[in-house]
Structures are given as structure tokens and as C-alpha cells.
Design a protein around this ligand. Structure first.
Ligand code: ATP
Ligand code: MG
Length: 332
């Protein structure tokens, strides 16, 4: 089976609908056809300030949401990034073959750094995509399912893999991005030109998987649209509506055209009401199951420990080859 790797940051106490559509939905299907590795990117999360107690708790909570959304930890390898030291170690080596200018072109860094002010942003945030490249290359992953927002980072990973292979001999599998559809970017309901993000300043435009159904409904009914009032898909002129139509189409497994046809002629309110129902139907069972799993944190920790063993085996083998190729003296 082809190797697959993907992860998310435990950077909030809940995942959101963008994470579900852009990642979890495809992970669940892909674990059937792939040797899949899914991880909790805690080392990535600390590239922006985190409260230590919350981070630890959010790592368990995010694990529970993966499982609740259908990731099977006996079939896929589900682990915490910091439980596998090779991630940090390979990132260091890759840092040494990454150009400063190359890293400076990454738009996620620009977005996140501008929120904090360039001066306050950490070097860790700057080198985030290099750590991410290491995550992928350690497991020799072929397929890397991510949302559209991560395309640039996967391109960097490919460049680094090719560069390393050319300079030091064939070592890494060059991965390809596995982006669900070009519609797989979900936008903030209050600010529909910005992507839905765990780290958004305002959360009124975010559908959290762990929101109570009433809150989810309210957020959808209040989603920003436009004054024109006509239901049609126009990403440029009607970004808010386009986002709602996209979510509706994906969650019901229909085309956007099909959804537009159903709601054309009606008001936005009708569409929103129907959408709220669809979203709650999707999210409520995940919330329920997550809360059940969180009742037994010891069991979650046990699952993570067993899975970290498997991840370490694969990762250590790759790292040993890398150290050897680069010319580091082995310890005897
Ligand atoms: P943060 O704001 O802390 O970066 P995030 O919401 O961007 O959080 P990540 O943990 O960075 O979430 O990303 C996890 C996965 O979710 C990635 O595969 C990413 O592509 C996907 N993803 C994140 N946001 C969206 C979105 N708005 N639409 C589609 N996919 C998304
Ligand atoms: Mg992100």
C-alpha cells in the first residue's frame, strides 16, 4: 500500500469545519487504501505562543477528534509529533539546505507573522515549512492530503527532497500533494476572503466541531453574504455565498451547480437553514463521540504510545540514512 502522511496542529481546543473538509474527510477514506500516518503537530503548534496546560489538553482533544471523525488507530498510525524525536532532528538537517529567500517566500509565514508583527514572530514560525517537509520525508510518504492552503509547503517539500537526493544520493521519496478538490478551502463565515483558521482572532465565523448544535446554527444563519440577494456561485463578487454553497455541496456529495439549481430563486435564509441542518448532521455525532473518548484520557494516552513505537521505527531508519549520507560521524 502507498505510504500517506498528514497532520494537524493541536492549536485550539476544537478543530473546525475547514479541518474536517480539507483534511479529516479525505483521511478517513484514504486510510483504507494507504499505509497511513496521522499525527498531532505539537512541535508546529509551539511556533506561535501556546499556553502549556492548554497545549497538553488540546493534544488529547485533537486526538479524540481524529478518532471520532473516523481515523482508526489500529489501522492507521496515529501519533504525537514530539514523541518521535527524528522530526526535530531531520528538520535541522533540512534547514541547512533551505535557502533563506526560499523560506521567506512562504505565504503562511507572511500571514501569521503579520498577525503578530514581523519582529515578534519566532524563527520557529519562519522555519515551520521545513519542519513540515521533514514530517513528510521521514515516512517516505507518497501522498500528502492537505487543504489548498498547504500547497506551497508541499512544493517546498518536493524541492528539498529533490535537492537532497541530487546532492547526497537517492534518499527521499518525492511526495505529491493530494488536494481533495480545488474547492477544498473553506473560508471564515464572517470574513469570507480569509480561510477558516484555528488561530483566527475572532471565532464568530468559525464552525468548531465541538460547538453545540444551537451555536452552529446561529453562526451559519449570521454568515456574511451580500446585498444582491441572488443565489448563484461567484467566488469574486459573492465570496460569502460561494463558501456556503461549497460547504453544502461537499457535505452532501453534490456539485455546486446542483445546489445552486435547488436554491436559485429562493432567499439566502432558505439556503442557510438547509445548510445549518446539513452541518449539524455531520458535526453533532463527531462532537458526541469526542466527548465520550475524552472521558478516558488514559486510554487515549495508551493508543498514542503504541502508535509512537511504530512511527519511531520508520522515522529512525530514514534519519539514520540521512545522517550517514550527510557525513555525520556515527557514535560507536
Ligand atoms: P492554525 O490557524 O493554527 O494554522 P489551521 O486551522 O490552519 O490552524 P492546521 O492545523 O494548520 O489548521 O491544518 C490542518 C489541516 O487542515 C491541513 O491539512 C490544512 O490544509 C487543513 N485546513 C486548515 N484550514 C483549512 C480551511 N480553511 N479549509 C480547508 N482545509 C483547511
Ligand atoms: Mg494552518
Amino acid at each position: 500500500k502507498p505510504r500517506l502522511l498528514s497532520g494537524m496542529q493541536p492549536s485550539a481546543d476544537s478543530l473546525h469545519l475547514g479541518n474536517y473538509i480539507g483534511a479529516l474527510l479525505s483521511w478517513k477514506a484514504l486510510q483504507e487504501t494507504h499505509d497511513a500516518f496521522f499525527f498531532l503537530a505539537d512541535l508546529h503548534a509551539i511556533t506561535v505562543p501556546q499556553d502549556p496546560i492548554a497545549l497538553r489538553e488540546n493534544t488529547r482533544r485533537t486526538t479524540a477528534q481524529y478518532i471520532a471523525a473516523g481515523i482508526d488507530p489500529t489501522r492507521s498510525t496515529l501519533f504525537v509529533q514530539s514523541h518521535v524525536p527524528a522530526h526535530a532532528e531531520l528538520a535541522w538537517v533540512l534547514n541547512t539546505i533551505t535557502g533563506f529567500g526560499e523560506a521567506a517566500r512562504m505565504t503562511q509565514f507572511k500571514d501569521k507573522a503579520s498577525k503578530q508583527g514581523q519582529e515578534a514572530a519566532s524563527v520557529g514560525l519562519f522555519t515551520y515549512p521545513v519542519l513540515q517537509a521533514g514530517d513528510i520525508l521521514l515516512y517516505q510518504a507518497v501522498d500528502v492530503p492537505v487543504g489548498e492552503d498547504q500547497r506551497q509547503h508541499i512544493e517546498l517539500t518536493r524541492d528539498l527532497a529533490n535537492r537532497f537526493n541530487a546532492r547526497f544520493g537517492d534518499t527521499f521519496t518525492v511526495p505529491k500533494p493530494y488536494i481533495l478538490k480545488d474547492t477544498a478551502k473553506i473560508f471564515d463565515l464572517q470574513n469570507p476572503t480569509a480561510k477558516m483558521s484555528k488561530s483566527s482572532e475572532s471565532t464568530s465565523g468559525l464552525i468548531w466541531l465541538l460547538d453545540e448544535p444551537k451555536i452552529t446554527e446561529k453562526k451559519i444563519m449570521r454568515a456574511v453574504t451580500d446585498a444582491d440577494g441572488e443565489v448563484r456561485f461567484d467566488r469574486e463578487l459573492k465570496p460569502g455565498l460561494a463558501n456556503l454553497l461549497t460547504v453544502f455541496a461537499i457535505l452532501t456529495d453534490r456539485t455546486v451547480d446542483d445546489v445552486v439549481e435547488e436554491f436559485a430563486g429562493g432567499g439566502y435564509g432558505t439556503l442557510k437553514k438547509a445548510l445549518a441542518e446539513v452541518v449539524v448532521e455531520t458535526v453533532a455525532p463527531i462532537r458526541q463521540r469526542t466527548l465520550e473518548l475524552l472521558d478516558d484520557p488514559g486510554e487515549l494516552d495508551r493508543i498514542l504510545s503504541v502508535n509512537a513505537d511504530r512511527a519511531n521505527e520508520v522515522a529512525e531508519a530514514t534519519l539514520a540514512t540521512v545522517y550517514d549520507r550527510v557525513g555525520l560521524l556515527p557514535r560507536r
